[in-house]
Design a protein around this ligand. Structure first.
Ligand SMILES: *Cc1c(COP(=O)(O)O)cnc(C)c1O
Length: 377
C-alpha cells in the first residue's frame, strides 16, 4: 500500500488562480521594479477593502512596515515603546532596530491580547519616572481583535500613539470596523503563512495621506528632490516589487473566501471537540469578528498539550504551541515587563491547530479524531 500520510500543514499558501495573470503582466510590460501598476492597484484594492479614505503603502514585509511606523512616530535611541508580550517576535524586533527599549505588557484573558489595565499601569509608572513611552504596539493575535476601544482611550488620555499590528488579522473586525484601520498607524503582513500571501510582503496603513507619502519616501531610500542623489535623512529599501504585488492583486480577489474557510475550520473543530472535558476554545467577545487565522485550543496542562501535539506529529500533522511571550525570550531578557501570568499560561497550555484555508474535510476529520482519541484515552 502507498503511504497515505500526506503532511497536513499548519497554514500554507493558497493561491486563487489569477495571481499569475498579474505577474505575467509585470513581465510583459517590463515593470519588474519596486514600483508600477501592480503596486498601485494592490494598494488600491487593500484600501477599498479596509475603509474609505485610508492610504496604503505596500512594502517588503510586515516587519519593515512596523519599523517604518516607529520611524514615522519619531521613536529613536533610548526611547521606551510599550509592546504586547504575547506575540511573534517581529512585533518587537523593530523597536531594537531603532535603539529603543521595548517594555512588554501581558495579556487579558478575554482576547489573549494586550491588557488595558496593565498598559495603563505601565504608562503611569513610567511617567512617574519621567520616562513617558513614545508608542504602543498592540497586536490582534491569531486574528482575534484586541480591545481597541479601551486601548485607544488610554492612547488618547496619555497622548501616546498606537501601532496596530494587524499582520494576522486582515479580514477581522472590531465593532464593524476592519482591523488594520484601528491604530494611528497600522500594519499588515503577506508572508507565506498569513491569511493571504504575496510570497513575502507587508503594508503600512494610515488615514493620513501625507504620512503615506512619507512612508514611501523612507521606503525608497529617502531621496531628496534634486537631479543628483541627495539624502537628508536615513532611508530604507523597503518598497514592495511590482512582481510580488501582482500576486497580491490576485489574492485580494479571494480574501473573503479565505476568511470564510478559516472561520469554517474553527467552527468544525469547535463543534466536534468543545464538549470533551479538558479542551477550551477562545470565543469572540461581543462585537468582534476574528478571521480565525489560526484555530487555537487550550488544554488542561503542559503535559496534556504535549500529548496532543506529539500525537499529531506522529501522524505527520503540523501543530504548534502558542507564541512564547516576548518577556521570556532570551533576546529580550533585559527588557522591563508588566506581567499577570496570562501569556505564560497560554504558552504552557495552548496549541495552534492546522488552519489553512486549503484544508479539506478529510484533513479536519483526521485531526479532530486524533485529538479526541488522545484526550479520551
Ligand atoms: C507575521 C507577523 C509579523 C511580521 O510580518 P512579516 O511580513 O513576516 O515580516 C509581525 N507581527 C505579527 C504578529 C506577525 O504574525
Amino acid at each position: 500500500m502507498i503511504a497515505t500520510n500526506k503532511k497536513i500543514w499548519l497554514s500554507s499558501p493558497h493561491l486563487g488562480g489569477t495571481e499569475q495573470k498579474y505577474v505575467a503582466e509585470a513581465f510583459s510590460t517590463n515593470w519588474v521594479a519596486p514600483l508600477g501598476p501592480n503596486v498601485d492597484a494592490f494598494e488600491e484594492a487593500i484600501a477599498l477593502y479596509l475603509k474609505e479614505d485610508v492610504h496604503v503603502a505596500a512594502v517588503a514585509s510586515g516587519t519593515s512596515a512596523i519599523h517604518l511606523a516607529l520611524v514615522l512616530l519619531g521613536v529613536g535611541p533610548g526611547d521606551d515603546v510599550l509592546c504586547q508580550s504575547f506575540t511573534f517576535s517581529a512585533s518587537a524586533n523593530p523597536i531594537l532596530y531603532q535603539g529603543a527599549n521595548p517594555i512588554f505588557i501581558d495579556s487579558e484573558a478575554d482576547t489573549w491580547n494586550i491588557s488595558a489595565a496593565l498598559l495603563e499601569e505601565a504608562i503611569i509608572k513610567r511617567i512617574q519616572k519621567n520616562k513617558k513611552p513614545k508608542a504602543i504596539v498592540a497586536v490582534h493575535l491569531y486574528g482575534m481583535p484586541y480591545d481597541a476601544l479601551a486601548i485607544n482611550q488610554i492612547s488618547k488620555k496619555y497622548n501616546i500613539p498606537v501601532i496596530e499590528d494587524s499582520a494576522e488579522a486582515l479580514g477581522s473586525e472590531y465593532l464593524g470596523i476592519k482591523c488594520g484601520t484601528l491604530g494611528d498607524i497600522s500594519i499588515l503582513s503577506f508572508n507565506g503563512n498569513k491569511i493571504i500571501t504575496t510570497s513575502g510582503g507587508g503594508a503600512l496603513v494610515t488615514q493620513n495621506k501625507e504620512l503615506k507619502k512619507k512612508a514611501v519616501f523612507l521606503a525608497t531610500q529617502a531621496r531628496d528632490n534634486a537631479p543628483h542623489y541627495q539624502h537628508s535623512v536615513v532611508g530604507y529599501n523597503y518598497r514592495m516589487s511590482n512582481v510580488v504585488a501582482g500576486i497580491g492583486r490576485g489574492q485580494m480577489e479571494v480574501l473573503n473566501d479565505r476568511v470564510l474557510a478559516r472561520r469554517k475550520n474553527y467552527q468544525y473543530y469547535r463543534e466536534r471537540l468543545e464538549n470533551i472535558p479538558g479542551i477550551y476554545f477562545l470565543r469572540e467577545p461581543e462585537g468582534t469578528k476574528s478571521n480565525r487565522w489560526l484555530t487555537t485550543i487550550l488544554l488542561n496542562s503542559y503535559e496534556e498539550r504535549e500529548r496532543v501535539r506529539l500525537c499529531l506529529e506522529n501522524e505527520n500533522i503540523d501543530s504548534r504551541p502558542l507564541w512564547k511571550p516576548m518577556h521570556l525570550q532570551p533576546v529580550f531578557k533585559n527588557a522591563l515587563a508588566y506581567t499577570n501570568g496570562v501569556s505564560e499560561m497560554l504558552f504552557d497550555r495552548g496549541l495552534c491547530l492546522p488552519s489553512g484555508s486549503n484544508l479539506v474535510e478529510e484533513d479536519l476529520e483526521k485531526v479532530t479524531n486524533l485529538i479526541k482519541n488522545t484526550l479520551l484515552r
